[in-house]
Design a protein around this ligand. Structure first.
Ligand SMILES: [Zn+2]
Length: 179
């Protein structure tokens, strides 16, 4: 398809609940999904390490968690995605406060055709592993086509929740079962 036909949907994660988007502001994304089962997650942050040697952004762990019990085959890689493959590119950059993460999908109709996650440099430096995991989990969830949901890392603001909920997985099964 032509690039001009691809809509870009971007989700931004903000730090404070008082800065949440107005209700329904992100509700336009209802049933978008990757058309093929295999989605690569290309981690450009893998070399970024904390003082104890652990990854600043636990992209591998979060991607593997999303891969569990999920119709999408989410494949972590530190190399370039194969040519023509469905690909989520994860990188770190300084985002304008209060935004601490972004998960954007390029779309053509209901199809997700590209995705990019940006994780905030300052947040990564100033937050512990739980919150860094929360943000990675959250933004990867958006790249699968999921919206915000409570009681999971998909809550609309930063929490200590590190994992998807059972409801998120159910939504994925429903979303990808209908292709
Ligand atoms: Zn979000």
């Amino acid at each position: 398809m032509r690039t001009s036909l691809v809509a870009l949907a971007s989700f931004l994660t903000v730090l404070a609940s008082s800065l949440l988007t107005t209700p329904g502001a992100e509700a336009a994304i209802t049933s978008v999904y990757w058309p093929e089962d295999v989605v690569y997650v290309q981690d450009l942050t893998a070399g970024l390490r904390t003082a104890d040697g652990s990854p600043v952004w636990p992209v591998k762990a979060a991607a593997e968690r999303w891969d569990d019990a999920n119709p999408v085959d989410f494949r972590y890689t530190t190399k370039a995605c194969p040519t023509g493959a469905q690909c989520v590119v994860v990188r770190q950059a300084e985002l304008a406060a209060p935004v601490v993460g972004s998960g954007a999908t390029g779309r053509s109709g209901p199809d997700i055709v590209s995705a990019a996650v940006v994780l905030d440099t300052t947040f990564g430096r100033t937050n512990g592993p739980t919150r860094r995991r929360n943000v990675v989990c959250h933004e990867l969830g958006h790249t699968l086509g999921l919206q915000h949901s409570p009681g999971s890392c998909m809550t609309s603001h930063v929490t200590d929740e590190r994992y998807p909920s059972k409801a998120d997985i159910k939504n994925l099964v429903a979303l990808y079962g209908h292709r």
